[in-house]
Design a protein around this ligand. Structure first.
Ligand code: SF4
Length: 168
């Protein structure tokens, strides 16, 4: 299946109730041969409006921190564990995650990333596949709010930059 066909399936998906409260799905974006995939929790209000992942405040903070470490966001494949906004940006339920996981697995099968970066606690529910390195890092929205988390997040992004250099 091509990424376009997969995106079309995601846009028309009715496998859980989340689509009902969304403007549109946010399948994710990035090169289909990206070495690194970022996985967050779910699209927020800005992402729901734009149809693109990580474009709100937390996304801008993430993009800036990546750039400060020499990482161009456009080189990464960026998505979320569920593809539609949740009511009030709440954590997706176990049933919603289970319904949506096949799309993430299909994205992983197409992109074949070497490293998957899990942003925040919910993204840790991403299944671990052989041959892929996983990094668990702080979600940028938490890093923006708390100084100690921001420092840790910045160190984690610096570590990601080192891993990327090793993959080059
Ligand atoms: S969140 Fe995932 S499973 Fe639920 S409707 Fe959207 S694409 Fe389908």
């Amino acid at each position: 299946m091509s990424i376009e066909q997969l995106n079309e399936q995601i846009r028309n998906c009715r496998r859980c109730p989340l689509w009902q409260g969304a403007t549109q799905a946010v399948p994710g974006e990035g090169p289909i041969d990206a070495k690194v995939m970022l996985v967050g929790q779910n699209p927020g209000a800005e992402e729901d409006k734009a149809g693109r992942p990580f474009v709100g405040r937390a996304g801008k903070f993430l993009t800036k921190t990546l750039a400060e470490n020499g990482i161009n966001r456009a080189e990464l494949f960026i998505t979320n564990i569920v593809k539609h906004i949740t009511p009030g940006n709440r954590k997706p339920s176990a049933d919603e995650i289970a319904a949506c996981i096949p799309y993430l697995l299909a994205q992983i099968a197409i992109v074949k990333p070497k490293v998957i970066v899990l942003l925040g606690a919910t993204a840790k529910e991403t299944p671990r596949l052989e041959g892929i390195e996983y990094m668990e890092i702080i979600h940028p929205s938490a890093a923006m709010r708390f100084k100690n988390m921001r420092e840790k997040f910045e160190k984690q992004i610096a570590e990601l930059a080192l891993r990327l250099q090793r993959l080059a």
